[in-house]
Design a protein around this ligand. Structure first.
Ligand code: 13P
Length: 335
């Protein structure tokens, strides 16, 4: 696990989240008028994973259960194809969210039943790290303590089981951007969420040195009339993380959560420009890496090369951002 953590946190590299569940990828395909079939999903993941020189900017990729069992057209399995390029295969192991009973508007993540056995199988299939996503919603009187603790408890059980199987757990409590909350409310909820998560991880004897934290940036709600500037996002995010994330955690990777590609890169750049932090910072974007590629591809084999260039470009922009070297000129220059 130590060498996996080290390789995932290679300076200047981030993690590609390509672990959309079948319903989520179907939604993304609807946007480009493409039917979601086992073959269209396979072809799309092949496009992503065979992008040349992606390994310059990407250290690991998170897969979905279906994908880790699929192969490229030439018969090489997806995890093997990634590993050959020096990209570490990971796997989403949660089974999505359900409504938290008695707590309107709140969710809890499922997937602990049978997890020990599934982890052993995923390791066999080539996975070296795992991901579990909890979802926290900000609204009137929510999140409740009950919701934070239920999700923190499941994240801790998941993390402990992953470490038992020799897999590095990526612990992801996502505070959603949806809503009209202010950046100050997001900071308060993110801090309370992380505090509950680390307290549960400690109780479950999870080794902090062998996890990655995946979290959202501290942002104004999508519908908030006052949108915080990039510098304020960076200040609030760093302040929040410093207060609650133990220094023993080796790395924190950010999700994009519905930000535009360029916003995500700009904010990542500002956050990663802060020096003297106890952890490595990087990205683990889904949409903010894939969106332009998906739009160019549209399901047509003739567009594969152009779509791969679009993915390569976003990966490069975010690699520059984690080094504090991104500027919007990179977008127009099309480098
Ligand atoms: P987004 O970057 O699209 O939020 O996806 C990251 C992820 O893995 C969510 O679980």
């Amino acid at each position: 696990m130590e060498s996996t953590v080290k390789a995932l946190l290679t300076a200047g590299k981030g993690i590609l989240a390509a672990d959309e569940s079948s319903p989520t990828i179907a939604k993304r395909f609807t946007d480009i008028d493409l039917a979601s079939t086992e073959e269209s999903r396979r072809a799309y993941r092949e496009l992503l994973f065979t992008t040349r020189e992606l390994n310059e900017f990407i250290s690991g990729t998170i897969l979905f259960d279906e994908t880790i069992r699929q192969s490229l057209r030439d018969g090489v399995s997806m995890p093997e194809a990634l590993a050959k390029q020096g990209i570490i295969p990971g796997i989403k192991v949660d089974k999505g969210t359900v409504a938290l009973v008695n707590f309107a508007g709140e969710k809890v993540t499922q997937g602990l039943d049978g997890l020990r056995e599934r982890l052993a199988e995923y390791r066999e299939l080539g996975a070296r790290f795992t991901k579990w996503r909890a979802v926290i919603t900000i609204g009137e009187h929510i999140p409740t303590r009950t919701c934070l603790e239920a999700n923190a408890g499941s994240l801790a059980m998941f993390a402990a089981l992953s470490q038992e199987a020799g897999l590095v757990p990526m612990v992801e409590p996502e505070v959603l951007m949806d809503g009209n909350h202010t950046i100050a409310q997001c900071e308060e909820v993110t801090a309370a969420t992380l505090e509950a998560v680390f307290s549960a991880l400690l109780e479950h004897r999870v080794l902090f040195e062998q996890i990655l934290l995946k979290t959202g940036m501290v942002l104004s709600g999508k519908e908030c009339s006052e949108q915080a500037e990039v510098a304020e996002v960076a200040r609030a995010t760093i302040r929040c993380l410093r207060r609650v994330v133990p220094a023993a955690v080796p790395g924190i990777v950010f999700l994009s959560g519905g930000q535009s590609d360029e916003e995500a890169s700009q904010r990542l750049n500002a956050i990663c420009s802060v020096s003297d932090l106890p952890w490595m910072l990087s990205f683990s974007f889904g949409r903010a890496l894939q969106a332009p590629a998906l739009k160019v591809w549209k399901g047509a084999p003739d567009n594969v090369a152009a779509a791969q260039r679009a993915l390569h470009h976003r990966a490069k922009c975010n690699s520059f951002a984690v080094q504090g070297k991104y500027s919007s000129q990179m977008e127009t220059a099309g480098t």
